[in-house]
Ligand binder design. Structure first.
Ligand code: PEP
Ligand code: MN
Length: 305
């Protein structure tokens, strides 16, 4: 349920409500909107005395949250979240579209620093590149590890771009948090619950990619794990789903963007590179993503035409 405070409620009055819900054994999440504050409560509500809460000073009303995902839902927070990334604090979900670009993997210092200069010159706001790669084959290049993160940090120092890089396990979380501006949780890890919980404990934005066979509700519930852990800075990324179709690497359902925007306050971005697998499609598909309301695109170079 959500306790909606009246406009102008003071922090002491909000704290009083938080103390009340904690007394009933519920976990609180206070969300400060543009004109009012709400206290979302998660837990078993059977023993809650709703009257006592409703009568607390400056409480306007109590409303149930019907969506299975609670903290991620628009029912809890009607205004869109803006998540600031990188040294220049670019607000993903604000009124500008941010483009993040870079290689799949950090392969060498030279490759990454030159790419970062080009990415910066093109007007992008972030550089992407994996230092830890979740590879389908154990024989593929697995990434440079911490050395790759150091190269990314050097690129950020040179350009001011935000670093977006993947964390593939709880073991790597601390080192990735140390260097990165945005932690990517990839499609293969969208339901890696211990990792989602651990990412909920850090104070860095997380870009969560949709699993290749995940439903929209599963996607939002995965985001809910991170928010429920305490980290509200979640960016959703649609990267295509697996279908029988072979002319693209994945089938990119752009209808997910308005569907998500209709259900969640979290910003949504699109990855047309994994979503199509073809360089020639990127400009048109990126434009289409923006047209359906996404907040940014994340691109990595593709060699074929
Ligand atoms: C990537 O971004 O390089 C990546 C592995 O993406 P995904 O998890 O979407 O496959
Ligand atoms: Mn890739």
């Amino acid at each position: 349920m959500v306790i909606v405070m009246k406009p102008g409620a003071t922090s002491l009055q909000v704290q009083h409500v938080v103390d009340l819900v904690n007394e009933y054994g519920l976990k609180d999440h206070v969300i400060y909107g543009t004109d009012r504050t709400v206290v979302a409560c998660i837990g078993d509500k059977r023993s809650v005395d709703k009257g006592a809460i409703e009568n607390a000073p400056m409480v306007e009303k109590i409303v149930p949250i019907l969506a299975p995902y609670k903290m991620a839902s628009l029912e809890v927070k009607q205004d869109k979240s803006e998540i600031e990334i990188g040294p220049n604090k670019f607000p993903i979900g604000g009124n500008k579209v941010g483009v993040i670009a870079g290689p799949c993997a950090v392969e060498s210092r030279d490759q990454l620093l030159r790419t970062a200069d080009a990415v910066k010159a093109a007007g992008c706001i972030g550089i992407r590149g994996g230092a830890y790669k979740p590879r389908t084959s154990p024989y593929s290049f697995q990434g440079l590890g911490e050395e790759g993160l150091k190269i990314l940090a050097e690129a950020r120092d040179n350009t001011g771009l935000a670093i977006v890089t993947e964390v593939i396990g709880v073991e790597q979380l601390d080192v990735v948090v140390h260097y990165a501006d945005v932690l990517q949780i990839g499609a293969r890890n969208m339901q890696h619950y211990p990792l989602l919980e651990a990412a909920g404990k850090v104070n860095k934005p997380v870009m969560l990619k949709r699993g290749m066979s995940a439903t929209l509700d599963e996607f939002l519930l995965a985001a809910e794990y991170i928010i429920n852990g305490g980290n509200k800075q979640v960016i959703l990324c649609e990267r295509g789903i697996r279908t029988y179709e072979k002319y693209v690497r994945n089938t990119l359902p752009l209808s997910v963007v308005p569907a998500l925007n209709d259900r969640t306050h979290l910003p949504v971005i699109v990855d047309p590179s994994h979503g199509t697998g073809h360089a020639y499609m990127i400009p048109q598909v990126s434009a289409a993503a923006v047209a359906v309301g996404d907040a940014g695109v994340i691109i990595h170079p593709l060699l074929d035409r």
